[in-house]
Structure formats: C-alpha cells, structure tokens
Design a protein around this ligand. Structure first.
Ligand code: SF4
Ligand code: SF4
Ligand code: SF4
Length: 276
C-alpha cells in the first residue's frame, strides 16, 4: 500500500520496537476503510487507538526478520522455514500468560521477549540488541576446481578476507579470522573454485538497549535450524525460572550465565538444552 510523505514521516517517530506492528495495523485499518493510500490522519488514528489499548496489544513476544524473505540479494541463508518454527515455539510457551502472572501492574511492550532474525551478517533487523539475535551465515569452501585468478572474490569481499597467493598459481586463501561468513564471494566465482560450505545461523544472546545497553554475546559456532530452536527453548526455560517481576531475559543474563551456557550447553540452574 502507498503512503503519503507525511504518513511515512509520522510512522518513523513510532518507537522502533513496535513500529513494524503499528505500520501493519495502520495499513490494515486504512484498507478496511477502503483507503487506497495511507494518510497522516490514518497513522494518527491508529496510533491513538494502539497506545490507548496498549495492554491488550501486548502479545508476549516480538519476533521479526530483516527484508531477506522479501527478496534481498544479500541473503546468506533462507530463513523462511525457521521463522514459523520459532513462532510456533513462542506460542506454545505462552509468554503472554507468563507475563500476565508475573508482571505487577500494566503489561507494556517493553516486557515482551524479543527475537530477531537477519539473513546475513549485515544484521538489518538489529539482532545484536535483542534478547536472542539470529544471523545467517554461509561459510565459503575452497574446492578442487582450478582458479582463473580473476580476482572477483577479492573484489567482492568487504572484509579483505580473501586473497590470491602472489608467488604461484594456486587458488584463493581465506583468512578465517577476518571472514564473517557472508557468502558474497561464492556466487561471483566463475570457476566454482569457491563453493558453499556450511550454512546456518550465528546466535547472539542478551542484547538490549535502554539504561544499560549491551550488544548480544555470541555463542561459538554455526547452528542448524534445529539447534536454534533448542537454544531458544533453553533460553526460555532460564527466563521463566529467573524472571519474577517482568525482568527481561537480557537483564537477567549475566556474563557468567552466558559463559556457563556457552561452555556446557546449559544454564546454571536450568535444564536448558544442549545447543550442539
Ligand atoms: S540482513 Fe542481509 S539479507 Fe537481511 S535485509 Fe539486510 S542485507 Fe538483506
Ligand atoms: S564469506 Fe564474505 S567475508 Fe568471508 S571471504 Fe567471502 S566475501 Fe569475504
Ligand atoms: S576463486 Fe573464483 S572468483 Fe576467486 S580468483 Fe579464483 S576464479 Fe576468480
């Protein structure tokens, strides 16, 4: 649906963590009224209703993705099947029921558990500042196919992680310390010397903004879809055990808790599942 410039400008002022939800609601309500284009008045009307009924709008969790599923060419993985699986898990966990039992006073959006998926390391959906951030990863693999030394991979890599040895005609060398597994060097290779290796997800835990902001702490490794779901289950178990009065997962997760999970695959006092 098209938006007027004033409407676009107004929606940008809505707090980012509910902007997507409010935007979708504005479009739906405008369409229900038969409007061909969203106007400033439509945004204001929906926003007013939304904020006046905030408690009834809280659903217990926020799950969002980047624009990858809409056709972004930078995708390192296709997370299309992961998203509904996470959504089903969050529904099964009844986070809204949990918040209603534990939060004193009015439920607000900031109580919600936040998960974000980005289909590549660019992280356009800001997974680094969510309770759980999930980033697509595609590890380049050097094959036996002869390299033509065209340097397309060198030019494609923004991390200067791929180089060609100068003294001989061998293939590319990837600096795994610099490589962020974005996969961009793979499709540009005309000889298939570079091919797709492991594909999956990086996972970051405990990111948040607010009074004490922190970027999510990254678990070592690249995880499959099943692994991601197991890690989320473990995190939800930890959260439900520790959150007594509406504290967010990211507030509860200390560096020591993270280290314990990272080393042993379980939180100190929970039955958190093994992520591997
Ligand atoms: S995170 Fe990557 S795949 Fe997703 S929208 Fe951004 S650039 Fe595209
Ligand atoms: S995967 Fe990305 S970061 Fe790694 S070498 Fe290829 S282009 Fe560079
Ligand atoms: S690995 Fe592929 S893209 Fe890189 S220089 Fe060799 S042929 Fe070109």
């Amino acid at each position: 649906m098209k938006w007027t410039a004033e409407a676009e400008s107004a929606i940008k002022k809505v707090p980012f963590f509910v902007r997507k939800r409010v935007r979708a609601r504005v479009e739906k309500e405008a369409a229900d009224r038969g409007k061909p284009m969203v106007s400033l008045a439509d945004v204001k009307a929906t926003q007013r209703r939304y904020l006046n009924n905030m408690e009834s709008e809280v659903r217990g969790y926020q799950l969002d993705t980047c624009f990858g599923p809409n056709g972004c060419p930078r995708r390192a993985v296709q997370s299309d099947t992961l998203l509904p699986r996470i959504q089903a898990l969050l529904e099964k966990e009844d986070l809204l029921g949990f918040l209603k039992k534990t939060v004193p006073g009015t439920l607000r959006f900031h109580h919600e558990f936040r998960i974000s998926i980005a289909d590549c390391p660019n992280g356009c959906s800001q997974p680094q500042i969510k309770d759980i951030g999930i980033l697509g990863a595609c590890v380049p693999r050097v094959t036996e196919e002869a390299c033509s030394r065209c340097e397309a991979c060198v030019d494609a890599c923004r991390e200067t992680a791929v180089a060609l040895a100068e003294e001989d005609d061998s293939g590319p060398v990837i600096d795994r310390e610099r490589c962020i597994n974005c996969g961009r060097c793979i499709p540009v290779c005309p000889t298939e010397t570079l091919a797709t290796g492991q594909q999956g997800y990086r996972i970051q835990l405990g990111g948040k903004l607010g009074r004490h902001p922190r970027l999510g702490m990254e678990l070592p490794g690249i995880f499959s879809e099943d692994d991601v779901l197991r890690v989320i289950s473990g995190c939800l178990a930890f959260y439900k055990q520790r959150s007594r009065h509406g504290e967010r997962f990211a507030e509860l997760l200390s560096a020591a808790d993270f280290d314990a999970y990272s080393d042993r695959g379980r939180f100190p006092e929970s039955d958190g599942a093994d992520p591997t």
